[in-house]
Ligand binder design. Structure first.
Ligand code: HEM
Length: 422
């Protein structure tokens, strides 16, 4: 059995929504392309994204607690709005701004908090350091698409070391002290921070989650820091890009500024058209069959999410068009398969994209709109518009067509007026 799947026995591609879902639920298909240990060169060794079977289930059981509805509401309503406006005041300090950089800085604040990385939220310098880590870890997460995998491995290893020394260890020590107090009965368990590092430390002795190795804890925390930042920033930029390309960008922008549920539909429509992972991949751990197609052991299975998300049977006529008001088959999500499905389905989907939007387009007070919708609304209220003098730049380090590295926009010099919000 090969340690690293470099020459698959076959490549099998699916591009229909239902076949991709079947594949994503098939226990014989894994995300483990590299079985080596970290020391042998596998930069993703032991993290939830590539774990399989019982360890994966155990890990998700523990970590999913950080994505309960009340935790989501706490982050979206109590923590995020003030942080976001404060940061936007600092970051939009001139007319011409790189929106991708703004999106990363906005998203990393809460991603760090959820991951359990303490930081001084007022220090843009410190946030930039976290964003630099995220950029390295994102390249690591996309290693299957990397044009120069060895360079990516070296960068990611060096970044883990720095991240551990400067950020994880100090945050870890603080949490270990709090856990000691909980175990001594001096502090109730609900007095602990609501973050991934804390729950990992709390459950670390459970062999089912395979986290005895300190390096794995560091890499798991890095996975959540990265998972919550880069994808959200890319989605914000893609949303703005689609708004700018629409027939009447100023009207769409004003509607987003006025209506949070519309802003959320724009984000979910963006996710459908511009999935951050256009092609999800799996490795066949054993011979299996999906939708009548035989898949031999050690085959590479490619799930073309970008194509499935444009299925006219599910998303209506002209599925390739950007139409946040489109009617969608109630059996499928408006974002298509852009958060995956099955055991590895994105745990942060409600953080990024909010709760599903019902076909009636009406929601109750418990609804979560998602951070990207909040960000999109905030920049729309500040009058974001295209910068004709400076074209955006795509990130060409991977083959994913939905990634940007710079996206120049202009803002009104004074914040735009805020039409009544819902
Ligand atoms: C717009 C935002 C986001 C998008 C488009 C996105 C997309 C995805 C996708 C497609 C997967 C599954 C990949 C596969 O099955 O191969 C995934 C998994 C994951 N995402 Fe997200 N994500 C987003 C936001 C977040 C946030 C906010 C967090 C954390 C706070 C997060 C953390 C993770 C983690 C840890 C996994 C791995 C889960 C596992 O393997 O069990 N993501 N994401």
């Amino acid at each position: 059995m090969s340690e690293v799947l470099t020459t698959p026995t076959a490549t099998v591609t699916f591009d229909r929504h239902e076949d991709i879902r079947t594949a994503l639920f098939d226990p014989s298909l894994s995300r483990t392309f590299d079985r080596r240990s970290y020391d042998e060169g596998n930069i993703r060794d032991g993290i939830v994204s590539i774990a399989h079977g019982a360890v994966h289930r155990g890990r998700r059981r523990v970590e999913n607690a950080m994505f309960r509805a009340e935790v989501l509401r706490l982050y979206e309503r109590d923590l995020f709005p003030a942080v976001m406006e404060e940061l936007l005041d600092v970051l939009i300090d001139r007319e011409q701004v790189d929106l991708f950089a703004v999106g990363e800085l906005l998203s990393v604040v809460l991603a760090a908090r959820r991951a359990g990385i303490d930081h001084d939220r007022g220090s843009v310098e410190q946030l930039r350091t976290l964003v630099r880590y995220v950029d390295a870890f994102s390249q690591g997460a996309a290693i299957l698409d990397a044009k120069d995998p060895d360079a990516v491995r070296a960068l990611v290893r060096a970044t883990y070391a720095e991240f551990e020394r400067d950020h994880v260890r100090p945050s870890w020590e603080r949490r270990a002290a709090l856990l000691g107090r909980v175990r001594a009965g001096e502090l109730p368990e609900d007095g602990l921070p609501q973050d991934i590092l804390t729950v990992l430390l709390l459950h670390r002795d459970d062999p089912a989650i395979a986290l005895a190795d300190d390096g794995r804890v560091v890499r798991e925390v890095a996975t959540y820091l990265q998972g919550g930042t880069h994808t959200s920033a890319q989605t914000l930029v893609n949303a703005v890009d689609l708004v700018f390309a629409s027939a009447d960008p100023a009207a769409v922008r004003d509607r987003i500024a006025a209506d949070t549920l519309y802003a959320q539909r724009v984000v979910q429509e963006t996710l459908r058209l511009r999935p951050t992972t256009p092609k999800i991949r799996r490795r066949a751990e054993a011979d299996t069959e999906v939708a009548g197609v035989r898949i031999p052991k050690d085959a590479l299975v490619v799930l073309d999410v970008a194509a499935a998300n444009r299925d006219a049977r599910l998303f209506g006529e002209r599925p390739e068009e950007f139409d946040p008001d489109r009617a969608v088959d109630p059996a499928v999500q408006r974002w298509g398969l852009s958060f995956g499905a099955g055991p590895h389905q994105c745990p942060g989907r409600s953080v990024g994209g909010g709760f599903p939007v019902p076909g009636s387009f009406t929601v109750d007070d418990d609804h979560v709109y998602g951070l990207v919708a909040r960000e999109l609304q905030a920049v729309s209220r500040r009058g974001v518009r295209p910068d004709p003098s400076r074209p955006p730049e795509r990130d060409t380090r991977t083959e994913r067509f939905t990634r940007w590295s710079r996206y120049w926009v202009l803002f009104a010099s004074a914040p735009a007026s805020t039409p009544g919000s819902r």
